[in-house]
Design a protein. Structure first.
Length: 491
């Protein structure tokens, strides 16, 4: 069958439907192109995969292609995505993990990293790998005359990964905590016992209640996407039933972690970002850093930069997306970064994202004081968020233009980036001065700080994504409803 790799190569990774847009033959070509584009002949290349049924076959195919072009694949077996980042950073090797993260069972894909866990994205070689792999797929792999075929070996990284995380956050002296963990039949079912349990390391003062720890890429209990509220319901109920102190939910490849408080309510990723940021600022300052840098994307809560500044750090805002975050982390020497989607990045983890390390910080913060999580987290959630809302819009640019005309600067003071809201949107919002930014999508911020909202077009779907925040529920709802009415008026 003919495969068009442009259907599965996205801006940051590869995701496709098994047997349709991604096959073992295509993966073998990708493995060869990965080696050639990144100049890895004669070097070790890390290869692992998640619990999806196709991951072992795809891992083997990639290794064949990589070895054929002279690389030496190290087969890591079953791994989470952050295990790949740890291995790529600690071993200074490029590598891949086969995973489709939170996508349904029919999907699989590839996340790639250069040596040192530097991401491979559309700006750093991903599309060159795609194009060369397409050539190899269409015309066949060339005969390798530059180097002998590489050697495939096995390497187990789990124990070193677990020990390294334990070295970054000490949980040995916290008060006993009852923790419900929903692994969603994903890789958290492997990494949680290794890091937080006693299967590889001494036990911690944690009573872990396991939910859906069986590795099963068909996801028999619920989708491995904790960003969707319905996928948290089992965990929320279990936290209440067991009288737990906290609940943790991992996505399929366990690089993201969502937190539930003792009441069964979600703690926003922005609050977790602020909480971990304060801890990392204090740790960096104790080592002599004057003003540690914290990265956050532009649709995290305004509480994040406020908490960072109050703790003596310097907040730096960036676009949404892990490749942007990691690039700014490296350029700024940032100690930590967080996103609204529950991706958390650590300088001590090679500037890469790891849900497990973020969870450990939350457990440490909670376990070193007597306050329940809901009260503790409330300190970092002073505003009301809309959450992310998608609108299916064919003309995304036109919808944004209508919002700017009718909502933000229809009664503008100047043709620049300022404006005043008129009564056409809602009388209760009339008169608010606004400022418009186009850093990532379009962000409209009230000059008095009472609200902001962002509209971002999806690169892969016919959606315009709305995120907003306000000082109270009434204002949040007025702004949300006013913007969405305009966006959807000609959808």
């Amino acid at each position: 069958m003919e495969i068009d790799l442009s259907e599965s190569f996205k801006a940051y990774d590869v995701r496709g439907i098994v047997g349709a847009t991604i096959t073992a033959e295509a993966v073998e070509a990708i493995g060869a192109a990965f080696v050639d584009v990144l100049g890895l002949s004669g070097r070790d290349v890390l290869v692992g995969g998640d619990m999806r049924p196709s991951s072992p076959e795809f891992s083997a195919a990639f290794a064949r292609g990589a070895a054929y072009r002279g690389a030496n694949p190290k087969m890591l077996g079953l791994i989470s995505t952050d295990e790949l980042y740890f291995a790529a950073g600690s071993l200074d090797c490029a590598g891949v993990v086969f995973t489709a993260s939170h996508n349904p069972a029919a999907y699989n894909g590839i996340k790639m990293a250069k040596a040192g866990a530097v991401p491979v994205s559309s700006d750093t070689g991903l599309y060159e790998i795609r194009d060369l792999a397409q050539t190899y797929l269409d015309e066949g792999l060339p005969v390798s005359s530059e180097a002998p075929e590489g050697t495939i070996t096995e390497y187990d990284v789990l124990a070193d990964y677990a020990a390294y995380l334990r070295s970054l956050v000490d949980l040995g002296d916290i008060r006993p905590l009852k923790v419900v963990v929903d692994a969603a039949n994903g890789m958290g079912g492997l990494t949680t016992p290794a890091v937080l349990g006693d299967t590889l390391l001494p036990g911690l003062p944690l009573d872990i209640i396991e939910m859906y720890f069986e590795l099963d890429g068909t996801f028999p209990n619920h989708p491995a996407n904790p960003l969707e509220p319905e996928n948290l319901r089992d965990l929320q109920a279990a936290v209440i039933t067991h009288g737990a102190d906290i609940g943790l939910a991992f996505d399929g490849d366990a690089d993201r972690c969502f937190v539930i408080d003792e009441k069964g309510d979600p703690v926003s990723p922005s609050a977790i970002t602020a909480l971990v940021a304060v801890r990392e600022i204090a740790r960096a300052q104790s080592s002599g850093e004057q003003t540690p840098v914290i990265i956050h994307n532009l649709i995290t809560s305004r509480a994040v930069p406020e908490a960072v500044t109050a703790a003596g750090g310097r907040p730096v805002v960036t676009r949404v997306g892990h490749s942007f975050i990691k690039a700014v982390m490296a350029a700024e020497g940032a100690v930590f970064g967080g996103e609204h989607s529950a991706h958390y990045y650590f300088r001590d983890f090679f500037n890469a994202d790891t849900g497990m390390l973020a969870a450990m910080h939350v457990l440490a913060a909670l376990g070193h004081q007597d306050t329940v999580l809901s009260e503790f987290a409330a300190e970092y959630e002073p505003y009301v968020s809309s959450g992310e809302i998608n609108s299916e819009v064919e003309d995304k640019a036109g919808a944004v233009s209508r919002v700017l005309t009718e909502f933000a600067i229809g009664h503008g003071k100047s043709p620049g980036n300022q404006g005043v809201i008129g009564t056409a949107c809602h009388p209760d919002l009339a008169g608010h001065e606004t400022v418009v930014s186009t850093l990532d999508g379009t962000t409209v911020t009230a000059a008095d700080g009472s609200f902001w909202f962002n509209l971002r077009p999806s690169n892969t779907e016919p959606f315009l994504r709305y995120n907003g925040e306000a000082i109270d529920t009434k204002t949040m709802e007025l702004v949300r409803d006013g913007v969405l009415d305009i966006v959807r008026s000609n959808a």
